[in-house]
Design a protein around this ligand. Structure first.
Ligand code: H2U
Ligand code: ZN
Length: 350
């Protein structure tokens, strides 16, 4: 009989979505939880910043455009887009070693609110629902263009994540070819669908429901969990309970549930280290390549960099760059910590 315990012994865990492994070294995290609670950084923003290129009525960087006096959300074409829709097509192939393809696409920016000082956890649920409606509209609008085979909606939050502006906003990058991460997921979801006649993420969610070890919070339509194979210390996934592939397929009741769970998750995140929690998050929706994609299951990934406090982040360096990703604290312990947190924001709790 094996004495192996995931809570105690070094092991590798398999990510069935990407088919990659991560190293877990729980014996290194045995020191008791230090729960360093620094005084929240004074990062109070004004409701309106005359120098912000995303605030209503302001001029954007470069001076080529001015924002309307929007009152809810506002979407515009990225002034410094990474992909352009009129790039000439062409290929380079130097003996299979110097390979390049031209790539066309559309990039947009979404302002979540006219208020410069808000973030998702500080917004009203109905205002977050409006953001979800915009995500749905944008996925449909951009995804319906024959040029576009994949629409990536995401948010970079916090200077630590390279976000240039605290004004609450997200981005959309969409392009002709499936990017690397969704391409890995497509392969796994498709093979599982064909071999098991079921959805990989529905099956996974069923297991997590039974085990109750990694679920952080949930409501009728959505579950937030720390995935078994998480690499970032407080990485989470939002999974829809219903097998749907895209945000536009969500009913208005489900969108309200999603707004609620987004607010609850991001509040827990802020409360963890009593700071406006940085992260990169994004939606994996089915490709827009004209095929049905029954195998696809709508989900969001949250990748936060923080490890131990508002300032101590995890570095993916050294062995992670050269070998494989590694973590000390287990996914179960992280889920436990996130689960124990209040859903009242620390700034409201006094
Ligand atoms: P970050 O929040 O991740 O820094 O992204 C902001 C995006 O906004 C970035 O892609 C765009 C940048 O190109 N942007 C504009 O389109 N117009 C501006 O006036 C400034 C920033
Ligand atoms: Zn602003």
């Amino acid at each position: 009989m094996s004495d192996f315990q995931m809570a105690d012994h070094p092991h590798r865990r398999y990510n069935p979505l990407t088919r990659e492994w991560i190293l877990v070294s729980p014996h290194r995290a045995k020191r008791p939880w230090q729960g360093q609670t620094e005084e929240p950084a004074v990062e109070k923003q004004p409701e309106y910043d005359p120098n912000c290129y995303l605030c209503p009525g302001n001029e954007r960087a470069g001076g080529k455009a001015r924002n309307p006096r929007y009152t809810e959300t506002f979407v515009f074409d990225n002034d410094f887009a990474a992909l352009l829709s009129d790039t000439p097509s062409g290929n380079v192939d130097g003996q299979g070693l110097l390979v390049a393809h031209s790539e066309r696409g559309i990039c947009r920016v979404i302002c979540f609110s006219p208020r410069h000082d808000l973030t998702l956890p500080r917004m009203e649920v109905t205002a977050i629902q409006r953001v979800i409606d915009v995500w749905a509209e944008q996925y449909e609008d951009i995804g319906s263009k024959p040029l576009i085979r994949y629409v990536q909606i995401f948010e970079n939050k916090g200077a630590m994540m390279g976000c240039s502006n605290p004004h609450p906003h997200g981005q959309i990058w969409s392009n002709e070819y499936l990017p690397t991460e969704p391409a890995k997921e497509l392969t796994s979801l498709t093979e599982h669908w064909q071999e098991k006649h079921s959805c990989l993420l529905c099956d996974y969610l069923h297991l997590e429901d039974l085990l109750q070890e990694r679920i952080v919070c949930e409501n009728e339509h959505f579950v937030v969990l720390v995935p078994f194979w998480a690499t970032w210390p407080f990485e989470t996934m939002i999974l829809s309970r219903r097998h749907v592939g895209i945000i536009p397929a969500l009913s208005s009741e489900e969108r309200l549930s999603l707004a609620e769970i987004l607010r609850r998750l991001t509040t827990r995140y802020d409360n963890l280290f009593r700071t406006s929690f940085p992260y990169s998050m994004g939606w994996h929706q089915s490709p827009t390549d004209g095929t049905p994609h029954e195998e696809w299951h709508l989900h969001a990934h949250f990748y936060p960099p923080l490890l131990r406090s508002a300032t101590v982040k995890k570095f993916m360096v050294g062995y992670e760059m050269l070998g494989m990703p590694q973590r000390d604290i287990t996914a179960e312990t992280s889920a436990d910590q996130l689960r124990k947190l209040s859903e009242t924001h620390y700034l409201d709790a006094g």
